[in-house]
Design a protein around this ligand. Structure first.
Ligand code: ADP
Ligand code: GN1
Ligand code: MG
Length: 371
């Protein structure tokens, strides 16, 4: 069996699981910034690929891994029921865990780190950028995900990352990183620091609306990047929402907003040439349409009114997080070269500035489509 040299720990982890076919090898997989993800390839059977996704949960991101898995199991079991009731295919429309040889739903290694194995959802695409049609399809899938979980008992979910989308708290953590300036990097990023300081009041907008009872708390995904939905190759529809690690109580505008942040433009999240980083209002329009269709009219008037804020806040917050990690010494997000978190932060802030320019239009589009 092929296992890359520097991944020696994998042998023990893999041995903990029971594979129904001969395992050929493991390779690092995907472009997530958080977990360690591997694709495990088995001997094909009757011409069909048999693959699995093995993930070691990030210890830096997820301090309470068993609770996270409790959420994962609760949410996927609920989705299974709803998918079955709708006549869907539970093997493709949600994630399916493969138990360990001991019959446990996941493996905990000697350090306490959780490893989970899921069946690979075959014949799907995982995209970093989409055509307008596929972007709208992804929006339908994320809207539907929220709709499917609307009757999930939210109080039973653990907060896997405390204050995950608490933008005020993200601002405070940024100030703390700035204050300690561990690596002496602050001097070179004054422009970015000022960009955040100028938007302190914005960081409270969604939270104020929640505190005032304007926006309802729902079960949300909280990490709705385009690459967290698998698109069916044949139907070109979003078939399976993945990366459920942050599914917990949140605001619908967060799910809407994070997808806009990542997908309503034509550049990579770490595009270094800012002249190529532009918010695309037509992609935004497509996403509004798809998301509202998928959510089946389940959003309140106030939620509709705050959708543009979701887009701006998720983009601002993510930029703040990248900058904070840069100041802290890149401990949280995986980086592939020095300075990548700063580059990522700059793309986010350029997108925020673009949204501010097109603010009225963003509201107008929601009004037109949501009426
Ligand atoms: P991260 O939290 O690090 O982003 P993800 O859960 O999103 O981790 O997984 C990383 C990548 O692995 C995804 O972007 C996707 O390409 C792939 N992936 C994850 N689970 C599956 C699955 N069950 N079937 C097919 N591909 C998957
Ligand atoms: C991380 O796990 P991944 O790569 O899908 C992060 C998100 C950020 C995103 C930025 C648990 O998402 O919050 O928006 O990177 N996930 C976590 O690309 O922190
Ligand atoms: Mg992911």
């Amino acid at each position: 069996m092929y296992i890359p040299e520097n991944e020696a720990m994998l042998t023990k982890v893999i041995a903990a699981f029971d594979f129904p076919a001969t395992l050929l090898g493991a390779v690092r997989y995907g472009s997530g910034h958080i977990n360690d993800t591997f694709c495990l390839v088995c001997q094909p059977q009757e011409g069909k690929a048999i693959r699995y996704i093995l993930q070691g949960l990030s210890v830096a991101a997820f301090p309470r891994q068993e609770e996270l898995m409790e959420n994962f199991i609760g949410v996927t079991s609920h989705l299974r029921k709803k998918i079955l009731a709708a006549g869907g295919d539970v093997e493709r429309e949600t994630l399916n865990l493969v138990p360990t040889r001991e019959g446990k739903p996941y493996y905990t290694d000697d350090t306490g780190r959780v490893w989970r194995l899921t069946k690979y959802v075959e014949n799907t695409l995982c995209l970093q950028k989409a055509t307008p049609e596929l972007f709208e399809a992804s929006a339908r899938a994320f809207g539907r995900f929220q709709w499917l979980l609307a009757d999930y008992p939210a109080e039973t979910l653990h907060e896997t990352i405390v204050n995950f989308h608490n933008t005020e708290d993200r601002f405070a953590k940024f100030l703390a990183a700035l204050e300690s300036d561990k690596l002496g990097r602050a001097g070179q990023v004054q422009k970015e620091i000022q960009f955040v300081l100028d938007r302190k009041a914005d960081c409270s907008v969604a939270l104020n609306a929640l505190r005032e009872g304007k926006l309802p708390l729902r079960v949300t995904h909280n990490d709705t990047k385009l690459n967290n939905v698998l698109i069916d190759e044949k139907t070109q529809e979003g078939v399976c929402i993945i990366d459920l690690d942050t599914t917990m109580p949140g605001l619908s505008i967060y799910d809407f907003g994070d997808s806009i942040r990542f997908g309503a433009n034509h550049c990579a999240e770490d595009e270094a040439d800012l002249s190529k980083v532009n918010f695309d209002i037509e992609l935004y329009r497509r996403y509004v349409r798809g998301f509202l269709e998928g959510a089946k009219g389940g959003l309140t008037e106030a939620e509709l009114e705050y959708l543009p804020w979701g887009a701006k806040l998720m983009t601002l917050e993510c930029g703040i997080r990248f900058l904070t990690d840069y100041l802290d010494g890149d401990n949280y997000f995986h980086i592939h070269y020095p300075g990548q978190n700063l580059v990522r932060c700059r793309t986010q802030f350029k997108l925020v500035a673009d949204m501010e320019q097109q603010w009225e239009q963003m509201h107008q589009i929601v009004k037109e489509i949501g009426k």
